[in-house]
Design a protein around this ligand. Structure first.
Ligand code: ASP
Ligand code: MG
Length: 425
């Protein structure tokens, strides 16, 4: 017998019919001889709708009130799920964040969980109930309701799993696991049986968003094993856990991100302190730099390029317009049609030649590299956005990630890939 936490996302509880299916699923987990605790998100787009309501009456809603309002989404879904379980003959008890003992700090809208008081959940289990916990919310030291940031129900699930010492935290959603790359971009993408916390975190921050990063960070810190799987099938998904004995590929996955832009400042005087001036100005406007490239200088001047989220463009322009005259240049170009392709793998640490193979593969396929950056377990290259799909596919093949089975072939234009990514945010 195992103690299992099963979290269901918004899509899985979007309608009464789907809630009844979730109830069935929980019952089958229990019938297989396990104890189960459910964690739920709000139904469908409820959180967005509540946000819209708040903005309709106040364009700058105070965060305490907003949290109070947003938390009600999960109150609805948890109660409906408990009712559905009861209707199918299984006693259930719903718990708000407060009732479930999720204690957080006081940072409204993105609170951090500091403690899980597990007594009531354990007591309900003991009495034979299926506890249903509202995701995404907690309570701070003042007794005020807090929320954990968008997608925060994943974090609640991990915290509850840790708090009651569950064997596994199953996260059910409309994706059936973690893939070597986005199957819509590379039809030969392969579902991973397991992935390490570090690879998962690096893939998430490089543009592939299956789970809330914070949930993975917490899982790593607390040693909670996550199983990301489909709410609509019984298929085995992907385990996210400590690397340990898992089969070690050199490259675990390839992520792509078209949400960044590249700025190049031309003819920057090659003098001490100039870079500091430019990047301080950008930092003052909270521009979130990713890569920085400085070319060798010719005749005492050089080009400096950097990448940052395209949404930072207005602020980057303000900063640059201010600093340009100070450094004696007025030229900078902005290129929004770029994509960052990232190869991720803990196995990279012990395998030389990844960069060479990447550059060679792209070169042979006539794909030009605009910028490069690395971490111990990631290699990222910036290319033209229109080459995204081709680059992902040729690298996926070169690093032997291709699966034998093929997803339906899709040809996505750069615009479609960009639109898809922006939508996911
Ligand atoms: N309902 C919240 C949101 O939409 C939390 C979650 O879904 O995890 O962000
Ligand atoms: Mg969600």
């Amino acid at each position: 017998m195992s103690l299992i936490v099963a979290k269901f996302g918004g899509t899985s509880v979007a309608s009464p019919e789907r809630i009844k299916n979730v109830a069935k699923r929980l019952i089958s987990i229990k019938q297989a001889g396990n104890e189960v605790v459910a964690v739920v998100s709000a139904m469908g787009k409820t959180t967005d709708e509540l946000m819209g309501l708040a903005n309709a009456v106040n364009t700058n809603p105070p965060s305490r009130e907003l949290d109070r309002l947003l938390s009600t989404g999960e109150h609805v879904s948890m109660t409906l799920l408990a009712l559905a379980l009861e209707a199918q003959g299984y006693p259930a008890k719903s718990f708000s964040g407060r009732q479930a003992g999720i204690e957080t700090n006081g940072t409204h809208n993105k609170a951090k969980i500091v403690k899980v008081h597990n007594e009531r959940i354990l007591e309900a289990l003991e009495e034979g109930y299926i506890p249903v916990v509202a995701g995404f919310q907690g309570i701070d030291a003042n007794g005020d309701i807090t929320t954990l940031g968008r997608g925060g129900s994943d974090t609640t699930a991990v915290a509850v799993a840790w708090g009651i010492n569950a064997e596994i935290c199953e996260i059910y959603s409309d994706v059936d696991g973690v893939y070597t790359t986005d199957p819509r971009v590379a039809p030969r993408a392969r579902k991973l049986e397991a992935i390490s916390y570090d690879d998962m975190l690096e893939l998430s921050s490089s543009g592939s968003g299956v789970l809330q990063s914070r949930a993975v960070e917490f899982a790593k810190k607390w040693g909670v094993v996550i199983h990301s799987r489909s709410a609509f099938s019984d298929a085995q998904g992907t385990l996210i856990k400590e690397e340990g004995q898992m089969e070690q590929a050199v490259i675990t996955g390839i992520a792509h991100d078209t949400s960044e832009m590249k700025v190049t400042i031309r003819h920057v005087p090659d003098a001490v302190g100039v870079a500091a001036l430019v990047f301080s100005a950008l930092a003052d406007k909270a521009v979130n730099m990713d890569m920085i490239i400085q070319n060798t200088s010719l005749d005492g001047a050089t080009d400096i390029s950097f990448t940052c989220p395209a949404s930072d463009l207005p602020r980057a322009r303000e900063a640059l317009d201010e600093v340009m005259s100070k450094i004696g240049t007025d030229k900078y170009d902005v290129d929004e049609d770029i994509a960052k392709i990232s190869l991720v793998g803990t196995g990279m640490k012990s395998s030389p030649g990844i960069s060479a193979k990447t550059f060679k593969t792209l070169g042979e396929n006539n794909i030009n590299i605009l910028a490069i950056s690395t971490s111990p377990i990631r290699l990222s290259v910036v290319i033209e956005a229109s080459e995204t799909q081709r680059a992902v596919q040729v690298l996926h093949t070169a690093f032997e990630l291709d699966s034998d089975s093929v997803f339906e072939e899709t040809q996505l234009s750069a615009e479609e890939i960009a639109a898809k990514m922006k939508k996911g945010r």
